[in-house]
Design a binder for this molecule. Structure first.
Ligand code: UDP
Length: 367
């Protein structure tokens, strides 16, 4: 039996944050990570042409949480990258999410930002949906009407989630703002950027503490009977922890197909969404994030799938009800003070990176 004050399962953002907080409280901490690398799904690395790619798809840091912003900047500088996305539809690249420019370009009109609320109200008035919105579809249609919904959301959402948008929670729709202004940025948060040396370097710095040791390529489930800890922080899949006793939770995965081209630019923005054409949902051109100069460029096509590495939780009624059963068990375990469950997989929550860190800071602060 090996004793540690804290064992952390997973070396992603949740695990690295929890480990750091524990270590700074003087706790001897072991991080057990099943992959052969740290940083979880925000892992990045320079590829053969010197461009920093995000191994598991694009990650853009954004937060309004000052505590989180101060925390991450202890471990990395951030650049001033502001995320802008284009949606390829009807043969054109249209700025997305919906704001004044989107409407003008799609409808071929020239209205001012002040006219957007009336324009959208008219779109909504001539559309049918249920109020209050109980589904992804109704959440979007009730804000922008059916034309904008079918153009930008309906088919993207079918591709991404492999089901009809009316089966998904309105919370998924809440991730995408509708703006009656000219701010075309994807996020409006006060603090935004990409770690200047990458996410892996940032997480490496978080784990670089004399009280932290890290085991890579190690399955905690196989090791757990040999590990004793005052507190175990679990960041893996919630249903697996409980041996699927209430049934399997669904996750969504992606096939990420990377291609390098012998030209400076591939597309006019870092991310282009493809709601209606092709089988991929979006293409990311990585050099934009850190403004890397190179005669070549690397892009990544995302093809959603149901099997494989769990990237997303799936917010259907069934999954969220099943989650409740598991979370009751989590609450009981957390009450003992010996267990914490943190992160997208362990809490089965569609968290952003900053929310993962906030949860880890908050929960680990109590041990
Ligand atoms: N979405 C869409 N069209 C888009 C972008 C997003 O319909 O062009 C929907 C889709 O259901 C997606 C969700 O909004 O899964 C959340 O989008 P986000 O960009 O936050 O996805 P993530 O970056 O987490 O993959």
């Amino acid at each position: 039996m090996h004793y540690f004050d804290t064992v952390v399962v997973g070396a992603g953002l949740a695990g690295a944050t929890a480990a750091r907080v524990a270590a700074e409280k003087g706790k001897k901490t072991l991080v057990v990570e099943q992959h052969r690398h740290i940083a979880g799904h925000c892992h990045d690395a320079k590829n053969e042409v010197g461009i920093t790619i995000h191994t598991y798809g694009p990650h853009i840091f954004h937060t309004n949480n000052k505590e989180v912003w101060n925390f991450v900047r202890r471990f990395s500088d951030f650049n001033y990258y502001q995320h802008r996305v284009l949606s390829y539809t009807e043969g054109c690249f249209i700025p997305f999410p919906i704001h004044t420019e989107t409407i003008n370009e799609l409808f071929g009109i020239q209205i001012a930002a002040s006219e957007v609320p009336n324009f959208l109200a008219e779109q909504v008035r001539t559309s049918s949906f249920d109020t209050p919105p109980k589904t992804f579809r109704d959440a979007i249609v009730s804000q922008v009407g059916e034309k904008l919904y079918t153009t930008f959301f309906e088919n993207y959402t079918r591709k991404q989630w492999g089901r009809d948008p009316s089966l998904l929670s309105p919370e998924v729709a809440a991730r995408i703002p509708v703006k009656a202004n000219r701010d075309g940025r994807y996020f409006s948060d006060t603090y935004q950027g990409i770690p200047s040396q990458g996410y892996t370097a940032m997480v490496h710095a978080m784990l670089d503490h004399p009280n932290i040791s890290v085991m890579l390529g190690a399955d905690w489930f196989a090791l757990k009977d040999e590990l004793e800890a005052s507190t175990t922080v679990f960041t893996g899949e919630l249903d697996r922890f409980f041996d699927f006793k209430y049934g399997k939770l669904e996750y969504r995965s992606l096939d990420l197909v990377f291609k390098t081209f012998d030209k400076e630019r591939y597309q006019p923005a870092s991310v282009v969404n493809y709601p209606n054409d092709y089988d991929w949902t979006r293409i990311t051109e990585y050099k934009y994030f850190l403004d890397e100069k190179s005669p070549s460029t690397t892009v990544c096509f995302e093809y959603p799938k149901s099997e494989g590495e769990p990237f997303y939780i799936v917010m259907t009624k069934e999954n969220m009800e099943r989650r409740e059963h598991y979370m009751r068990e989590v609450a009981a375990l957390e009450k003992t003070g010996r267990w914490l469950f943190v992160g997208r997989l362990a809490e089965y929550k569609y968290y952003n990176m900053d929310q993962v860190i906030a949860a880890a800071l908050h929960k680990t602060g109590t041990i």
